[in-house]
Design a protein around this ligand. Sequence first.
Ligand code: FAD
Ligand code: UDP
Length: 415
Amino acid sequence: MFDYLVVGAGFAGSVVAERLASELDKKVLLVDKRPHVGGNAFDHYDDHGILVHKYGPHIFHTNSREIFDYLGRFTEWRPYQHRVLASVDGQLVPIPINLTTINTLYGLQLSSPELEAFYERVAEKRHPVRTSEDVVVNKVGKELYEKFFKNYTRKQWGLDPSELHSSVAARIPTRTNRDDRYFTDTYQAMPLRGYTRMFERMLDHPNIKLMLNTDYREIAGIIPCKETIYSGPVDAFFDLRYGKLPYRSIEFKHETLKQAQFQPVGTMNFPNDNAYTRVTEFKHLTGQKHDHTSVVYEFPKADGDPYYPIPQAENDELYAKYKQLADDAPGVHFVGRLATYKYYNMDQVVAQALTLFKRIKEQRPAKRHGGGGWVTGVDRSSYGAALNAPSIVSEIATSISSSSLGTAIGSKILT
Ligand code: FAD
Ligand code: UDP
């Protein structure tokens, strides 16, 4: 008899599984339908021996000391500050837009105070700032919006920025200095031996049994578990009762080149050219030395694996209906990017998972909104008003019905 069935071995499921096993001595069955742990953060050595991220580039950054230290129990860190160049008007310029970007694009030699005045001049003030178009045009005006944001966003989301919540483009700041880092969080680092190794250490506990290549539906009701932690798509859990929640997908095209370096920085963005949005060269992220190099191109698409919840008012409304079902689901806790339909970074998902664990530990009644102590210092820029603070989970203690353990399924238990 397991105490918990945890669905999904990404950050959300793995963190909750680790905490329940290590701190509460609970018996956990962790199930993932993919053949590996790590969820979308999974990395592996490709055919040429280069460490790559199967589901696109994952750069860890957080302002939370607690979260950095918590993950640091399972990995050493390699300090890494991500830099991105955008290909605009035939030039490669830093994004987020900064002093160098503007001076290079327009052949100017502005100082920081002069750039501030420049932004003031070109900005078209919008009230209220509701959409992703509003948020950019309000800060830097139509021309820069069109050069950097309009077409990238159309490619990435299949939507015009005017149809997307402001929180999406608000992830990208505008700068008046020369800081060309993509993130400015206090802690920016990559797991030294990769994400997968970090997950393996996190899950290496005698109380945790891991079943890969297994949809939880194959074993639900067969293997007895008292409660469920669910980190898959929330609409799928309820058999699409209110219709499909839109998630954006991506096709990742991986390539290895016979050269030591392909591009000057970790990622190059292509707002206006090509069908792909960006190209990432992994060796910048991982620091690996190799005479070949591996890159990934990202081609956004509507169908396929669900990667991004789409922040739009109508989707928030549909999600609210699913959230009601989730809140009322006996013995099931929903956590993570897909299960709570939130455009969260990794650290935010870890914060959400630790908050859920804390709540389970304290056996407090369900709290519909707001996070707990672990959320301190987590970058909230992508929470936004409509996305709101980490709305966590339902907390109803009734156990799911279950019968005895199937012998054939037992063979799928890997650790
Ligand atoms: P997931 O990682 O999606 O894990 C959910 C797991 O549940 C999956 O493994 C899935 O197989 C499993 N599952 C689903 N349904 C079932 C089922 N029925 N039965 C069994 N298993 C099931 N964040 C950052 O902080 N920095 C970045 O640079 C960054 N880059 C990103 C780039 C891309 C292209 C994408 C898509 C995301 C990026 N993120 C980044 C976000 C990051 O991936 C997420 O925040 C994080 O991985 C979410 O973890 P999760 O556990 O909620 O979900
Ligand atoms: N964005 C853009 N141009 C860029 C970079 C980002 O228009 O050069 C917009 C786009 O809508 C994108 C969003 O800002 O989806 C958030 O970018 P981020 O790099 O944070 O996206 P992620 O890494 O989550 O895919």
